[in-house]
Design a protein around this ligand. Structure first.
Ligand SMILES: [Zn+2]
Length: 341
């Protein structure tokens, strides 16, 4: 059982929080503004799509090729217009690994760091996962199933379910194929399609060093990618260029803008206030870390002393100690009092 738990946490780390599912249930979508739709994607990052008379613009691709296909079929159920552009908010697998489920003739737009980041922190891990980790996990499950005599026992049925889910997932992720973006940018990229204006802005590193904010100018709606985790704990990954100090500034600046609706990377679509909620989480946590640091506590003590229940968030709880560590390290290196923003 312990091996399974370790392997499972490896899986979660490698593919971030791609949710496994063996059921191809329909994805839930809704219109957030005229012709602009959101899909709260249970298997990966949230999706937005804008329907124009000249074609569809999609934000993010989902976590696996099958998830990408599900997204495309939702879009096809709404409009007969072809998908013209796919914008990738950042390089994490749960936002880009669905690209293989999209048609080939679309144009992909991303920040200029995305391809390099994918090569440096996705490809090797994914290949190892597909070639070693997941097959090993499946073999292990088969062995465990073989050792149980009663094939109708709860334990056997649970193992069998786990096996089938992961086998299907294995077949799915073998089809992941990275596609080089057709259009890349450094600071911003603006374009028009039919009567719609779309602005892509790189606000500096926050969640990653290739994150962007997508602004649907005619609608006062934004897709923030993983710059917002609504009501769940955020992923902060040092190797991927996280910069919480700048992340707070990005959120506070956005909050001053004329925005009504925010489509976050994860969690439910919300009003503008969810930008402030994300910023407040970082400020409150930073404040507590700094106060304890100033009182002489070391990092390990601080992790023990801060109560996760002070934060009204649910999901990704295993990231909370990582959040503390990343912010602590940044506080030490920057030597500033963030909570005085
Ligand atoms: Zn991410």
């Amino acid at each position: 059982m312990k091996v399974r738990i370790i392997l499972l946490s490896l899986l979660i780390i490698i593919l971030l929080f791609t949710k496994l599912s063996n059921a191809q249930e329909d994805l839930n979508y809704f219109e957030v503004s005229e012709n602009l739709y959101a899909i709260e994607n249970p298997h990966g990052g949230n999706i937005a799509f804008l329907v124009t008379r000249k074609g569809v613009v999609v934000i993010d691709a989902g976590a696996t090729p099958n998830n990408g296909k599900e997204i495309v079929s939702v879009i096809k159920s709404v409009t007969k217009k072809p998908i013209k552009y796919l914008i990738l908010t950042h390089s994490h697998g749960d936002h880009i690994n669905g690209v293989a489920g999209f048609p080939n003739d679309i144009k992909i737009i991303a920040h200029q760091n995305l391809a390099k980041n994918n090569a440096s922190f996705n490809t090797e891990k994914l290949n190892n996962y597909i070639n070693n980790v997941l097959p090993g996990y499946l073999v292990n499950l088969k062995l465990q199933m073989g050792s149980i005599e009663n094939k109708e026992s709860e334990e056997y049925i649970a193992l069998e379910q786990d096996y089938n889910t992961n086998q299907e997932y294995y077949e799915d992720i073998k089809n992941i194929e990275f596609r080089e973006p057709d259009i890349t940018f450094e600071d911003y990229y603006r374009f028009k399609i039919a009567d719609e204006r779309i602005m892509l802005e790189f606000p500096g590193p926050g969640h990653t060093n290739d994150n962007m904010v997508v602004k649907f100018s005619n609608h006062n709606v934004i897709h923030t990618g993983d710059l917002v985790f609504n009501e769940c704990f955020p992923y902060l990954i040092v190797d991927h260029g996280v910069d919480v100090y700048n992340w707070i500034k990005i959120l506070d600046d956005l909050y001053e803008e004329n925005i009504t609706t925010v489509i976050p990377g994860h969690g439910e679509v919300g009003r503008k206030i969810i930008l402030k909620d994300q910023s407040d989480y970082f400020k409150n946590l930073s404040y507590q870390i700094e106060a304890l640091k100033n009182a002489g506590y070391n990092l390990e003590d601080i992790k023990k002393r801060i109560d996760i229940k002070d934060f009204d968030l649910e999901g990704n709880e295993n990231q909370f100690p990582v959040n503390i560590e990343v912010i602590y390290t940044e506080l030490v290196s920057k030597g500033v009092e963030w909570w005085k923003f």
